[in-house]
Write a protein that binds this ligand. Structure first.
Ligand SMILES: [Zn+2]
Length: 313
């Protein structure tokens, strides 16, 4: 079944959420200088830890992971949205060779992965238009979207602790994508540029055209409109904005926009930084755990997750 054909399926499929499973998610860094996030799911002694994109160097990632309390050696895979340099640094091929780490990418990106020097033995292709696959405790569903001359892949990663939606470097937002991400408990979504700052920047016109032309990146307003769609009727616990342009955007301006346009969602907003990691978010039973809360409240119904990926896997 292709997700483009499926609308929201609220409460039709009960998602399996387990009280003793936790999902942790942190953006380690996000900008055109490099993008990497970490996702860790823990169930008893079992752990699945992956990176989403390898646009920061292995050394930088090791440092950030250690600071946040993640064991870098537990990273079992990198899941790639696409292979622009800010999402795929060459060094990950070498790391994969020495550690056995899997490098998951769309089958249509295999050539690009090889061009980064990633070895065939580590490259694990998936069908970006298919139903998805499982890896450890993760049920990973892809959604392909146009970007520049190729494509990028958005992900819906379902776990027994909750669901992460992740989408970056989007040319434009389709109905299929907003349907695909609806019901995610944590939503990480690109908010690349402010149009006025973009137009007034000293960048060459061709670059501005590429970014704003519907196959490059999303403006703050486009991001907000998309998240508003995704958040209805059940808003995510957290919305993490990714990939803010350092030249043509400003976190204060973004926050002001959200507070004006979507004050309720603004309270759930975090903005990723280019060079410093965000504090990890922890989900249990689909609910965000505050840093001091030890006890998960598992009594809430979990049917707010549309579990489309679950239905398809
Ligand atoms: Zn990018």
């Amino acid at each position: 079944m292709h997700h483009a054909a499926s609308g929201p399926l609220f409460a039709t499929v009960a998602q399996r959420l387990e009280r003793d499973v936790t999902l942790e998610f942190a953006v380690l860094g996000s900008s055109s200088a490099g993008n990497t996030s970490v996702l860790r799911v823990t169930s008893g002694a079992q752990r699945t830890q992956i990176l989403i994109d390898g646009g920061l160097s292995p050394r930088t990632v090791r440092g950030h992971l250690a600071v946040l309390g993640f064991d870098p050696s537990e990273t079992a895979a990198v899941l790639f949205t696409h292979f622009d340099h800010d999402h795929a640094k060459n060094g990950w091929g070498k790391v994969a060779m020495s550690t056995g780490m899997r490098l998951f990418c769309s089958a249509s990106h295999v050539q690009a992965a090889r061009a980064r020097g990633y070895p065939d033995v580590a490259i694990a292709p998936f069908d970006a238009r298919g139903a998805g696959f499982e890896f450890g405790a993760l049920r990973i569903a892809p959604c392909e979207t146009p970007h520049d001359d190729g494509s990028t892949v958005a992900f819906r990663i379902a776990t027994d602790a909750g669901t992460l939606g992740f989408a970056t470097d989007l040319g434009r937002v389709s109905r299929a994508l907003t349907d695909f991400l609806r019901g995610a408990h944590v939503l990480a979504f690109e908010s690349n540029y402010d149009p006025l700052m973009q137009r007034q920047s000293s960048r060459p016109q061709f670059l501005k055209d590429r970014i704003m032309g519907g196959r490059g990146h999303l403006s703050n307003a486009e991001c907000l409109a998309a998240v508003r769609e995704i958040a209805w009727p059940q808003p995510p616990e957290r919305v993490v904005l990714l990939h803010l342009s350092r030249d043509c955007n400003c976190p204060k301006l973004v926050r002001a926009l959200w507070e004006r346009e979507e004050p309720d969602l603004a309270q759930r907003l975090e903005i990723a930084r280019p060079f410093e990691p965000l504090e990890p978010l922890t989900l249990r039973c689909g609910q965000l755990q505050s840093p001091c809360s030890q006890d998960a409240r598992c009594s809430a119904p979990t049917a707010n997750d549309s579990s489309m990926s679950g239905a398809r896997l």
